[in-house]
Design a protein around this ligand. Structure first.
Ligand code: NAD
Length: 249
């Protein structure tokens, strides 16, 4: 364990609280969801998400898009937040974290108890018709894939798409809330993100003060005051213990 850097991060957080946390797919790998870019286990070792999960893929190859999307994001009923999610929720409750800006679409921060979560890439709750805009539960579209290659609107037969930000999409309005929260933070803590996806990574690049928990180098390492190369769950648990004492996580 990199205890010296965990202690250094705890000191920074005491001094500059509350911080804003920016999370990526690496926060959820310990819950069993693969990230995109980890060598070997990341989704990129099987398919190119930019190729298969983009706006263009949805338009040009909708059956392929929906197959890839369902393969990656049909969440198991056993999926649970991990100790890293729980530690972040506890740090928010105790005033060390003001907001969690997440690139993840899995909903695990809210399920762990984080209250101010900004999902800049959307979530897996709903989908909508690209023609008439009607909204359906995403589960309805995913279960239709047993019978059809491409789920369509029950009213106008338009193509359905998940309410997540795809490669090639514009950012949703909540990105402005995220940018505002990040701009006013005296410290941004990045957890489990390669910081390669734009424009979410710009929030870290523009940080006044930056700390990073990630098991591999990221694009913003040169800017960070503290870097912890550990599993996110272990690092966040150790961090919460430094700041809050012995707590049950
Ligand atoms: P990424 O795959 O580009 O990077 C993940 C980073 O996390 C890697 O650098 C990896 O080394 C690190 N990492 C993985 N597991 C870790 C762990 N247990 N502890 C510490 N570090 C760990 O992910 P990204 O930067 O979030 O960008 C990918 C995009 O893909 C995001 O936009 C996200 O929306 C989407 N995505 C989301 C999910 C999800 O919702 N769970 C899953 C896959 C991809």
């Amino acid at each position: 364990m990199d205890l010296a850097n965990v202690k250094a991060l705890a000191d920074l957080m005491r001094l500059h609280k509350p911080c804003v946390v920016l999370t990526g797919a690496g926060t959820s790998t310990e819950s069993g969801l693969p990230d995109f870019r980890s060598p070997g286990s990341g989704v990129y070792s099987r398919l190119d998400p930019i190729e298969s999960l983009s706006v263009e893929a949805l338009r040009e190859r909708p059956a392929h898009f929906w197959k890839c999307f369902a393969d990656l994001f049909t969440l198991s009923p056993d999926l649970q937040p991990n100790r890293g999610h729980v530690a972040l929720a506890e740090l928010e409750r105790e005033g060390y974290v003001s907001a969690v800006i997440t690139q993840n679409i899995d909903g695990l921060h809210a399920r762990a108890g984080s209250e101010n979560v900004i999902e800049v890439h959307g979530g897996l709750r709903n989908c909508h018709c690209v023609a008439c805009g009607r909204t359906y539960p995403l589960q309805t579209a995913l279960s239709r894939l047993d019978e059809v290659d491409v789920p369509t609107c029950a009213v106008c037969a338009g193509l359905l798409r998940p309410d997540v930000v795809l490669f090639g999409d514009e950012m949703p309005d909540c990105y402005l809330d995220a940018a505002e929260a990040a701009a006013s933070a005296r410290l941004i803590l990045v957890v489990g993100s390669s910081l390669t996806v734009s424009p979410a990574n710009a929030l870290a690049f523009a940080a006044r003060r930056l700390a990073i928990i990630n098991r591999e180098p990221t694009l913003a390492d040169a800017k960070a005051s503290v870097i912890i190369r550990m599993e996110a769950g272990e690092a966040l648990t150790a961090l919460a213990r430094q700041l809050l004492g012995e707590i049950q996580l």
